[in-house]
Design a protein around this ligand. Structure first.
Ligand code: SF4
Length: 198
């Protein structure tokens, strides 16, 4: 049975979808080991099932609770909001979302105001220094328009979420130094990730 809530270090992760609008070359879904848990869902859990899975793990024991995947969590914005609200009600201090930054494009509206007060940190995959390099590694369904969408999403996130971090994975064709400059212009921290998959 696939895990809905799983532990990595001091964090508790939530796996609520396997769908994504990108098909990144470095996606962990394509690696043999993945994160060490079975995260392939037979069907997407509803809010009640996610909360039940979290209760079993006791979210208050962890430093943070993270909406992650396999997949893009913000495709399920309604469930993310409901679960994040519950996490805050029980006293979880830090709620983080890992996202590809394309949810506004997917939903056709700005979903970020819905996360205000519920999410403390958002980590957005910037992935590259420009639209062309982004599309080469991210293979977004939105083509080369995706990068501009991600930049807009980062700017917008700053209005509603206290801590906005962007990430890049070292990969051929990705210029980490130039990506750093993009992050600086956006006024957010860049986290450089190494690829450990196989
Ligand atoms: S955005 Fe994340 S989940 Fe989606 S394909 Fe890329 S790495 Fe995988």
């Amino acid at each position: 049975m696939a895990e809905i809530a799983y532990e990595l270090g001091n964090s508790l992760y939530i796996n609520l979808t396997n769908r994504c609008t990108n098909a990144c070359v470095f996606c962990i879904r394509k690696t043999e080991k993945g994160v060490g848990y079975d995260l392939w869902l037979d069907r997407e859990p509803d809010t009640g099932e996610i909360i039940a899975a979290l209760k079993e793990k006791d979210p208050l024991k962890y430093e943070e609770v993270v909406f992650c995947g396999y997949g893009e969590p913000l495709l399920r914005i309604k469930e993310v909001v409901e679960v994040a609200r519950w996490l805050k009600e029980i006293g979880v201090k830090k709620v983080r979302i890992n996202t590809n930054g394309l949810a506004n494009r997917y939903h056709g509206r700005n979903i970020l105001p819905e996360l205000k007060g519920l999410v403390d940190v958002i980590s957005i995959s910037l992935n590259a220094q420009d639209a062309e390099a982004y599309q080469k590694v991210s293979r977004s369904r939105y083509g080369q328009e995706a990068y501009a969408e991600v930049l807009k999403f980062i700017e917008e996130s700053k209005k509603y979420i206290p801590e906005v971090v962007v990430t890049v994975v070292r990969w051929e064709g990705v210029d980490v130094e130039e990506t750093k400059k993009v992050a600086e212009r956006l006024g957010v921290k860049l986290r450089v990730r190494e690829f450990y998959g196989n």
